[in-house]
Design a protein around this ligand. Sequence first.
Ligand SMILES: [Zn+2]
Length: 91
Amino acid sequence: MSINDYVDTLESAARHALAKTGAIEACSRHSDVIIRVGDPDAERHAYALATTLLKSDGTMWMREDVMSAIKDELDMAADGECPQCAYLRDS
Ligand SMILES: [Zn+2]
């Protein structure tokens, strides 16, 4: 699988970059749950990486578009821990 498979959309580039830098991760028990690790450095790196990925794809994206795609992915992620695991643990 080539890297370009990940970057056919802005969203996938953002998600791939965030996962690659460790800013988000999938829950080890719930693979459909994405967790925001909360590492500002990783999130900054992810933005730079997403920009690079998108550039290598030959598409020119606006900085704001990349920023907002990264932000959207982080907003959609669970904060700090998997809510399903937290629910199971607390119940
Ligand atoms: Zn979980």
